[in-house]
Each structure stands twice: as C-alpha cells, then as structure tokens.
Design a binder for this molecule. Structure first.
Ligand code: ATR
Length: 296
C-alpha cells in the first residue's frame, strides 16, 4: 500500500496486520496502527477480525495460510492463542498471555507487550525506571498480571498486589514471587492504606473510574502516599480518572493510561516491522477517536 496524501492504495504486495478479539468493533487499534503505517509510508494494512472463541485455532491457522505478518490479540483470546503458536517469548510465558503474534516466515512467535507498554510509558512520560522502586498494584486480573510480571523482572524493590478479592491477590503475588524471585505481598483492599506510605509507584489496573463509572475510584487516600509517589491509572477513558484528579490535587505526579495503550501498540509494530513507531501520531489518533466516542 502506498500513501498518497491521506489516500491509501492496496496492491498485490500489501502486507497484512490485524487484531483478533470478541468483541472487536470498538477497538482503537485499527485507527492507531493504520495512522502509524501511513505516517511511515509502509505498504501494510491493519485489519480488525472478529473471532468467536470457538474459532481461535482456525484463526491462527489462517494467519499462517494467509501469510498475515502480525496479529494483536485482545479479550478474550490472549490465553487461548498460546496453544496454537510455535514459540512464546519468556515474559509472555511467565504472564501466561499473548497480545502480539509475529509470523516469522511461517513460524508464529507470541509476545506480551502490555507490561512493556506500561514500562515504556513510565520511562518516556514520567521519567521513572523500575529498579529499586516499591510498587503497589491495585487489581489482580489480566492487566495486573502483565504489568506485575514485567515489573518483577525489572529489578523492582517490592511488589504489593491489592485486590477486592484477597485470595486472587495472594495467589498472583505468590506466583510472581515463585517464578521471578521478586519480593511480593498480596493483600485485600482494606489493607491498602498501611502500604501507601511505603509506595513509590501506585498503579490502578481495575475498571474503577472507567467510563461510564467515572465517579468511582479505588480506596486510595492520596495524602498517605509519599510526596514523590507517582500515581498511575491504566484506564484511558476518561483520560484523567477521579483517582488521578485526587492525586494531582494532593500535589502528586500522575500518569494516565493513554501512554500504555499507545506504547503496547508501538511495541508490536517494532516487533513486526523493526521500525521506530510515530508515537505522537498514534497518540493524537487515539485521543481523537476517544473524543469522537464521547460525542456519540
Ligand atoms: P483486566 O484484564 O482489565 O485486568 P480483569 O481480569 O477482569 O480485567 O480484572 C479486573 C480487576 O478489577 C480485578 O482485580 C477485579 O477485582 P476482583 O478480582 O475482586 O473481581 C477488579 N475490580 C473490578 N471491579 C471492581 C470494583 N468495583 N471494586 C474493586 N475492584 C474491582
């Protein structure tokens, strides 16, 4: 595909990338990735594929058959695809979930760029690096797993996982400690307060605060955090959650979720095409898409 201004032309040699999920219609990835491909004038197109969970194996076989260069994988297929690929990179193997598949000449390699995207956002947008940091993650679902394992292999000092269902926090903390040797603690949300004074980076991975429940937030008393603590939210709609507004009102630095979304997609582009992704273009497109959504 060749970019002529904003007009793109498919040819016989246009490469195909895409995303599989169920549902998929509201994914922001096609707009974000196609804008990046266009900005880089690359002869590729990025297509959304709605794949029923019953057909995951056939979809991945189809990836090989059609010579699709790369796929992103979203809910609910991130675990199921593992049975159908040829190789998995170490961190994705630890996480037990794949969000990016690269077709290396017919050999399918699985990656997880969710945690990597968060770390990149942390570095580029908040100027923080994981080594030596005391981290508190709120939530123990799929996003907490990806971010938790990525931080655990990045020399953090300690990882606290706080979750409404305490048993899930305990299980994830034990699994991360077991597999990575990182020091971890699992707690219930009611115990969170006592860990706040010893937190350098706090990360909300729950849906609290996400549209349409914009008036909700996890039980974080921001005044109990050290004045240099960074408060992060992986929720990107709204762009600034109630948690981040409260943290900013306390004078704390904050990191919104848009960066993780953009950098996880950028990391996939790097894996597939070995290019330097146009981060600013990708961010602008996602912001525009979110604005369009909120107006509809
Ligand atoms: P994701 O893949 O985005 O992480 P998930 O795997 O469904 O989504 O995990 C959702 C997380 O948000 C869980 O940690 C969940 O807590 P429980 O394990 O107790 O269910 C948390 N969560 C969702 N709604 C919540 C709420 N109202 N209060 C507190 N935690 C909530």
């Amino acid at each position: 595909m060749v970019a002529y201004g904003s007009e793109r032309r498919l040819t016989g040699s246009t490469g195909v990338l895409g995303v599989i999920g169920d549902p998929i219609a509201h994914s922001l990835s096609p707009a974000m990735q196609n804008a990046a491909l266009e900005a880089l004038a690359l002869d590729y197109i990025y297509v959304p594929f709605h794949v029923n969970p019953l057909h995951v194996g056939e979809a991945i076989a189809g990836m090989k058959a059609f010579g699709i260069r790369g796929l992103n994988v979203t809910i609910p297929h991130k675990v199921a695809v593992i049975d159908h690929i040829d190789e998995i990179e170490p961190v994705a193997g630890l996480i037990g979930a794949v969000n990016t598949i690269s077709n290396e000449g017919g050999r399918l390699v699985g990656y997880n760029t969710d945690g990597r995207g968060f770390l990149q956002s942390l570095k580029e947008e908040a100027d923080r690096e994981p080594p030596g940091q005391r981290i508190t993650i709120i939530g123990a679902g799929g996003s907490a797993r990806a971010i938790g394992f990525q931080l655990a292999v990045s020399q953090v000092e300690r990882l606290v996982i706080a979750n409404r269902t305490r048993g899930k926090a305990l299980a994830l903390a034990a699994e991360i400690a077991d597999k990575t040797k990182c020091s971890t603690v699992g707690i219930g949300l009611h115990q969170l307060e006592s860990y706040l004074p010893a937190t350098d980076i706090l990360i909300n991975t729950t849906s609290l605060g996400m549209h349409p429940q914009v008036d909700t937030m996890p039980p974080v008393e921001c005044g109990k955090l050290p004045s240099s603590a960074l408060v992060c939210d992986i929720v990107y709609n709204p762009s600034e959650t109630l948690l981040l507004r409260k943290a900013a009102a306390c004078g704390l630095p904050t990191l919104p979720g848009l960066g993780m979304l953009v950098y996880q997609g950028a990391a996939a582009l790097e894996i597939w095409l070995q290019v330097k992704p146009p981060i600013d273009v990708m961010k602008a497109v996602v912001k525009q898409e979110l604005e369009n959504c909120s107006q509809n």
